[in-house]
Structures are given as C-alpha cells and as structure tokens.
Design a protein around this ligand. Structure first.
Ligand code: ZN
Length: 374
C-alpha cells in the first residue's frame, strides 16, 4: 500500500494510539482533512477565507471575537515530546554505570529493558545497526518496511511515515526540532525537503557539525564527536527553553565510537557517564520549560542497539546482548506493554499517544508496534 498517497482522503480514518483501529468522529474527520465549514474550522486555517466566505454573516463583532482564538490555537499544543537516542549502550551497561539523570527521569515514569532487531528469523528481522534502529523508532516499523538495513547506501521507503511527518499532518501542524550528531538523520532518514517524503520541514535544526573541521577539529579517539554531542545537547536545551518545539529528536553518538574502539572498558563506562550528563542538560531544560509554561512534556531516552558479548566492540547480529536495549521515560501513563516487553517500534505510537495527535488509518495499519503510553 502506498501510504504516501493516502494522506488526505475524503473521509480519513484514524487509529487509536494503542495500535488498534477506530473510526473517527465527524469532528475528527473534518479536522484532519482540512475540510472547510463556516465558521468554526476557519478560525485558524484560512483567516482570509473566513473573511471572504463569512463576512456577510459574521461581519464586525463576531470576526473580531474569532481572531484571538485563532492566535491561541496557533501557539501550539500543551503536550510536548522529546526523544533522545544514545548510541550503542547495552542494557547491562546502562544498568551498571552510574546514571543519576536517567535515574531521576525513571523515578517519575519508568525504566525497562526493551528490544530491537525485530522477530528473529522472520521477514521483519532487522540488523542491530544504528540507522535501521533509528528508522524503526521514527517509523514504528521494522526494516522489511522502512528498507534501511545498514548505515550506508541508504534508500528509505518513505511510504512508511515517520513521526515528524505525522506531526506535520496534525491540525494545526506541530513545531518540530532535530538536534543530531549525524546529519543524515534529517536529510536522508527523515527525508526532509524531499517530495517523495512529503516535503517535510523541520522547524529547528542543529546538525552538520561532524563536517565542521574548524569548529570541531579532529582529536585522538575521535573525541571531537563528544564535543559535538555536548554542543548538540546544549542546542537542544536552548531551543526547548526558548521555543518549546512540540516534537524533538536528540541524537548523540560518542558512546558507540568509544565502544567500537575499546569495547567493554573503563573508557566506555566514562562515555556513558558523560552521556548521562548530557541527558541532564536536556532534562533540566524540559523541567524548567514545563513548569514555566504549564506544558506536559514527555522525555524518552533509549538506544539503538546493544553490543556483542565477547568484546563489546561490535554489533549488527541477533544475540541477546545486541538485541536487548532499554527505555527510560518520565511518562506517568505507562501501561502493561511498557512493563512487559517493549520494543523500539512501540515508540512511534507511544509518542503519538502522548501528543494526542491522530494517526491516519493507512499509517496505523502499517505500524509494527503498540503504544506503551495510554
Ligand atoms: Zn548505533
């Protein structure tokens, strides 16, 4: 099924956020399809149209009354979500190393082991590799759908919508941000700016630093990547504080570099501790923003794959240690799926649930995950 072309059908249907399917109410349909009626839906969608169509009826006072409501609707939702991927940290490592900031988040919501890699031996089996993991997260599908099996020669199947495209299909469209130590996350995996990926725009962007040899010159052990991670986290925190994007992705890389170089080691543990500090940078901004603006923020932190048991240097296979990951979140709406066997593809519907945005039926039907947030 070509989901791409199913965006605005005459009578779109929606799924609930647990992955099940329900039919929309009449009001839901008109909201998604951008249908025009007079006057309620015109309040924020096409104010000029409001004037043209409704002026004879709502001349004067009524149109004046509608304008403040229009502005209020465009301010954005009270529900916000930010997810962070910390590259390549197996569950046993995140559980052993001191991570006070992740612990503080989990104390509000929860921590649980999770799984990547898809069903072993079936068509949806997915390499425990970075880009396939990110795609599984942002599309809620395994590699046999999103078509990303490695970190190179990327050819995502954009028919499977990502979270950011879903956010832009909401009415009004959500504000989005990406803060990343790998530019391809935005330009290739999400397909920002590509017609085939829905001409997606990201409102707040901080990436591309890995090619900035002046700002981040190469250091021993690729330590410039850690400096970039820090800069990316600080940019995310600054943007959360000032702009409060409705949906944000923070991607931090250095733990994977250290583990590839040194395997299970003191250096890897130290890199994990630094990652936790960067989580704290973002988490502090989220808490401050939520309190100041009375917003309901979801933070979700996870990893894209584990590592091999023998050395900790490698990943990509289907061993337990490569497949078993983890999720930490502040959500207080966690259901039995979170406390059972959550997987990386559950994150898409879970974030949609927190944001309260509808999932068009063709997208919902393609999802391989179910929401762990009620
Ligand atoms: Zn990775």
């Amino acid at each position: 099924m070509n989901i791409l072309n199913a965006q605005c059908t005459e009578k779109p249907q929606y799924a609930d956020h647990t992955g099940g399917v329900e039919h929309p109410s009449a009001s839901d349909q008109s909201e998604y399809a951008g249908g025009v009626s007079c006057p309620s839906e015109l309040q924020f969608k096409i104010p000029s149209g409001l004037m043209a169509i409704c002026l004879p009826i709502f001349i004067g006072v009524l149109s004046w009354l509608l304008i403040p409501q229009a502005q209020a609707d465009n301010v954005g939702s009270r529900h916000k979500a930010i997810f962070m991927i910390l590259d390549g940290i197996p569950a046993d490592v995140i559980e052993r190393v001191a991570t006070p900031n992740l612990d503080a988040i989990a104390a509000i919501g929860g921590y649980h082991r999770a799984e990547v890699g898809g069903p072993i031996g079936g068509p949806a089996e997915t390499p425990t590799v970075s880009a396939p993991g990110y795609m599984s997260l942002v599309t809620g599908t395994w590699a046999n759908k999103h078509n990303v099996y490695d970190n190179t020669q990327l050819a995502p199947n954009y028919d499977y919508w990502n979270l950011f495209r879903l956010a832009k299909a909401a009415e009004p469209p959500l504000k989005t941000g990406i803060f990343s130590t790998w530019t391809d996350n935005r330009t290739v995996l999400l397909g920002a700016g590509m017609a085939s990926a829905g001409n997606l725009t990201i409102d707040f962007v901080a990436d591309g630093f890995e090619t900035d040899a002046t700002g981040f010159p190469h250091e021993a052990d690729d330590r410039q990547i850690q400096a970039i991670d820090r800069h990316v986290a600080e940019e995310a925190a600054r943007t959360v504080t000032l702009e409060g994007p409705d949906l944000s992705w923070v991607y931090l890389q250095y733990t994977d570099d250290v583990a590839h170089a040194h395997g299970d080691s003191a250096a890897f543990d130290t890199a994990v501790e630094v990652m936790d500090q960067l989580v704290g940078t973002v988490w502090t901004a989220v808490q401050t923003r939520a309190a100041a603006q009375d917003e309901d923020w979801l933070i979700l932190v996870t990893t894209d794959h584990g590592r091999d048991s023998e050395t900790g240097r490698d990943h990509g296979g289907q061993s337990d240690r490569e497949r078993i990951t983890w999720i930490t979140t502040n959500s207080e709406r966690l259901n039995s799926r979170f406390h059972g066997q959550p997987t990386i593809v559950d994150i898409f519907p879970s974030i949609a649930s927190h944001l309260g945005i509808p999932i068009p039926l063709p997208v919902a039907e393609s999802l391989d995950g179910r929401s762990f947030i009620d």
